[in-house]
Write a protein that binds this ligand. Sequence first.
Ligand SMILES: *Cc1c(COP(=O)(O)O)cnc(C)c1O
Length: 392
Amino acid sequence: MVARVLPFKVSAHVADVLVDWGRAPDDPLYRLVMPHRDMLSPADFAAVEAALPDEERLRRVVTGIRERLAPPPEDPPGGEDGQGLEHVYPDTLLVLPRQGQTCHSHCGYCFRWPQFTGEPGGRRAVHGPGAMCAHLDRHPAVTDVLLTGGDPLVMRADVLADYLAPLTGRRHGHVRTVRIGTKAVSFAPERFLTAPDADDLLRLLDGVVRSGRHLALMLHVTHPRELEPGPARRALRRLHATGAVLRTQAPVVRHVNDDPAVWARMWQEQVELGLVPYDMFVARDTGPRRYYGLPLVRVLGVYTEACRRVSGLARTARGPVMATGLGKLVVDGIARLPDGPAFALRALRTRDPELTGTLAHARFDPTARWWSDLVPYGEHDRCLIPDRGPGP
Ligand SMILES: *Cc1c(COP(=O)(O)O)cnc(C)c1O
C-alpha cells in the first residue's frame, strides 16, 4: 500500500549486507529503506486499500496523496533556470543531471522523492552538460558546482565525465570546487570496486583533483553501520587515494538515528576513517514526515548531546540545519529570555546575502518541527521567521 504512493527501491548490498532482517522492523537500516504502514496516515492508507482493484481510481487516489505530501513548489525556489539547475546562492550552483535522478536505494525520508515517482512534472533535471555550461558562461561568480540527484554516481563513468570535464577546464576557470552528493559508498560500494567502470570512475575523480580544483564527495551517511562492511572501507580507501576530501551529512530521523550515542559514535568513526562531518540536517517537511519527523527540540538535543561526547575534531558538523525557502538556518540552542525561552536561530547562508549571519529568536515550542511552525519572539525576529499569524 505504501509503496504504491512513495518510491521504494533497495539495492542488493543494502538488502544482503546492511539490513539485519532478524531485527526487522526495528533495525535502523530496515527503517531507513523499507516501507512501513505508518508512513501514510490511516485515512490515506485506507483510501489506497479501498481503491486497489480499480487501477484508474487508484491512480487518482495516489496522485492526490502525493500532491498533498510533496514539498511546496517554491521549496527551494529554482530561480530563473528552474529545471535541474538551482542557483540560490551567487557562488554555488546545484546541478541535477538527468541520468543521475535515481538512487541505488531510496531512503524513506528523501526530500527528492517526487523525482522518483514518475509523476509528470515531478522530475527536475538538466538534459545534459550543455545547460550547465551555458549557465556557467553567464555567471562567472559561480565558484562551487554541486552535482546532486538522486545520486550522480549511478551514472556511468563516461556520462559523468561529460559533466566533470567542463568543470575542470580553462573555459570555466572560475569553478574552484566540485562537490558530488552520493550515497554510493554505503549503498553500492561495488561502484568503486568491481563495477566494470570502477577504475574509470576513480581516474575521473583523480582528474578533477589534478585540475587544481577542490573535489568534495558529500557522503550521505545516516547510520554508523553503513560504513562498517569491508566493501565500504575498501571504497573509502580508493576514494581517498584520488585526493578528494570526503565529507558527510545526514538528517536526524526518527526510528533510524534519533539518538545522541549513535551520532557520537558515527562522527568519531568517521574521523577515524578520514571523513569530515559537515552537516546535520533537520528532516524536511515533505513525504513521510509523520514517520521520520521529530520536534526541533529533540533534534537540537541529539546534536548538543552528541557534541558533548566527542572532541572538537568529531564535532565539525553544522547543525541542526534547516534548508528553508529563505536559506540555511541553524538552530543554535535555547535562549532564556525575559519573556520566556526561545529557539536561537542563525542564518548560515541566505538567498539575500545581507541576511547571512543574522540571529533571530523564535518562541520556544516543544511541538514545532520546522521553520514554518515557528513564531517570531519579537518584532526584530521577523527577518528570519515570517509571522504567519494566529493560524487556523
Ligand atoms: C545547502 C545548499 C547549498 C550549499 O551551501 P553550503 O553552505 O555551501 O554547503 C547550495 N545551494 C543550495 C540551494 C543549498 O540548499
